[in-house]
Design a protein around this ligand. Structure first.
Ligand code: NAD
Length: 267
């Protein structure tokens, strides 16, 4: 990849310690961005910073729970102080919800709440902290990572996950409407099955009974099988879609939910 679409730009990426978030940091850095890599797991984001250091880019690690508005506000201030104003925000952090696979009766209220706190309130707090500055400067791009679960329903997660990801698409559209006139684009990607620790956590190893383990194994296997492309996506393929929407190549794209699912769900 030889393009440098993010030269002299600063990108804040959440969920940067693993999977799609880490791949997004590497992709944006390879194309010239300085990176604020945010994750609730300090050790994991430290590993990402090592990869970024090898690329020779400016990068800082932010250990932060996106569900905390105070921590998010501090992380955004640190980014601006140490790297400069933010041009790209990628809200990638999210948690799965296999606890809800058994249906609504088995889903504890606090689990429902936590999934919403991370998957929907997290991007809300980040957008609230970052978008006003982008609007003043008249430029910027936000990419939210929703899911096929937000477009349809989750194959491997439960109802809290699907509901939070559908909510994230609503947030995306509303912000796209509000901030488009101010020169800021807000879009989402909707990955299908991506080979990361999250989808592996939906697998048999985390089951509480043999029957559940069998059901989970079959579900994840079937997921790859029913993809028209016949395999799960890599994290890099999702990062490429995020980079596209964040770049000037997508200068007239605002408020979309881009399906990146190999054709599993077409609409
Ligand atoms: N893997 C898939 O099949 C798939 C499919 C559709 C959508 N997604 C979405 O893609 C995004 C990334 O998922 P992934 O597959 O890379 O998962 P992952 O588990 O590999 O990475 C998620 C990262 O988010 C971080 N994180 C979790 N809670 C956080 C919090 N409260 N604050 C800050 N960071 C937090 C984790 O520590 C982890 O590093 C998620 O939003 C997920 O819902 C994934």
């Amino acid at each position: 990849m030889s393009t440098q679409r993010f030269s002299d730009q600063v990108a804040l990426v959440t969920g940067a310690g693993s999977g799609i978030g880490r791949a997004t940091c590497v992709r944006l850095a390879t194309e010239g961005a300085s990176i604020a890599a945010l994750d609730v797991r300090g050790d994991a984001v430290g590993e990402t910073i090592k990869e970024l250091a090898a690329l020779g880019v400016r990068a800082i690690a932010l250990e932060c729970d996106v569900a905390s508005p105070e921590a998010v506000s501090d992380a955004v201030s640190r980014t601006e102080n140490e790297l400069g104003t933010i041009d790209v925000l990628a809200n990638v952090a999210g948690i799965g919800d296999t606890a809800g696979l058994g249906g609504i009766e088995t889903l504890a209220d606090d689990r429902w709440q936590r999934v919403f706190d991370v998957n929907l309130s997290g991007p809300f707090y980040l957008c609230k902290a970052v978008l006003p500055g982008m609007a003043v400067r008249g430029r910027g791009a936000v990419v939210n990572v929703s899911s096929l679960a937000g477009r349809s329903k989750s194959a491997n997660g439960g109802l809290a996950y699907s509901s939070s990801k559908a909510g994230l698409l609503g947030l995306t559209r509303h912000l796209a409407f509000d901030y488009g006139p101010k020169g800021v684009r807000v879009n989402a990607i909707c990955p299908g099955g991506v080979d990361t620790p999250m989808i592996r956590a939906a697998g048999a190893a985390n089951a509480s009974s043999q029957a559940e383990a069998d059901a989970r194994r079959k579900r994840v296997e079937a997921y790859g099988y029913f993809m028209p492309i016949k395999r799960l996506s890599s994290a890099d393929e999702q990062a490429a879609a995020i980079a596209f929407l964040a770049s000037e190549d997508a200068s007239y794209i605002n408020g979309v939910a881009l399906d990146v699912n190999g054709g599993l769900y077409m609409a």
